[in-house]
Design a binder for this molecule. Structure first.
Ligand code: 5RP
Length: 224
């Protein structure tokens, strides 16, 4: 079993009958969704899923997981999602899979958030992983210029075919290649990004996570 599978299966043990469950996006969350699908089929687990991307929606429908949109539920009991980096003070960068907008909406409506990662995602400071910013296409060149002027080394994310990548909401992603974001500067950066017109959402997920499940060695480590 690989580390992503290990943490996905471990996270699924936090899911119990009757829960409304936020289903994350990415290659680690994939295993959580598979395990929930298995438990529904084999153990009669009864849950309602709220997906965070079209990709996860497709996977969940294939597994016959009952789904509702975030607007059809009163709240989400628990959301399990991956992360691109988690700092020593448990702040995160997400959005490597371009799903940060729905992921943040679902996470911020969840009573509990669990992140599942392999140990390579645990870092001292954020920023080695480029920080994804979701922007509306109109005015995106102006935002690129603004980020460039600030020395944030922005790059518009492209697809494998060299097209501009479009998110599930038809927006673009600008990745900020900052190399490092000192822990005491993270909130300041998030607040500034929040003020920019045309920025829909950014990949700094701050003060959101309750539990981190880390895949390492032969068994997962859970930090609450
Ligand atoms: C998608 C995300 C993912 O959770 C993040 O990129 C981690 O993905 P993976 O588990 O494939 O490494 O934020 O937008």
């Amino acid at each position: 079993m690989n580390l992503k599978q290990m943490v996905g299966i471990e996270a699924a043990t936090h899911v119990t009958d009757g829960m409304i469950v936020g289903l994350g996006t990415g290659s680690t969350a994939y295993y959580l969704v598979e395990e929930i699908g298995r438990r529904i089929a084999e153990e009669g687990l009864s849950i309602t899923g709220v997906t965070t991307s079209k990709a996860t929606e497709k996977q969940a429908l294939g597994l016959n997981i009952p789904l509702k949109s975030i607007d059809e539920v009163p709240y989400v009991d628990i959301t399990v999602d991956g992360a691109d980096e988690i700092s020593s003070d448990y702040q995160g960068i997400k959005g490597g899979g371009a799903a940060l907008l729905f992921e943040k909406i679902v996470a911020s409506n969840s009573k509990k958030n669990i992140w599942i990662v392999d140990e390579s995602k645990m870092v001292e400071t954020l920023g080695k992983f480029p920080l994804p910013i979701e922007v509306i296409p109109y005015g995106s060149q102006q935002l690129l210029k603004k980020f460039e002027e600030k020395g944030l080394n922005p790059k518009l994310r492209l697809t494998a075919d060299n097209e501009r990548l479009k998110t599930d909401s038809d927006n673009y992603i600008i990745d900020l290649h900052m190399e490092t974001i000192p822990n005491n500067k993270v909130k300041q950066l998030a607040s500034w990004l929040d003020t920019l017109t045309g920025v829909v959402e950014h990949g700094l997920f701050l003060d959101i996570v309750d539990t981190v499940i880390i895949g390492k060695g032969t068994s997962p480590e859970t930090i609450n």
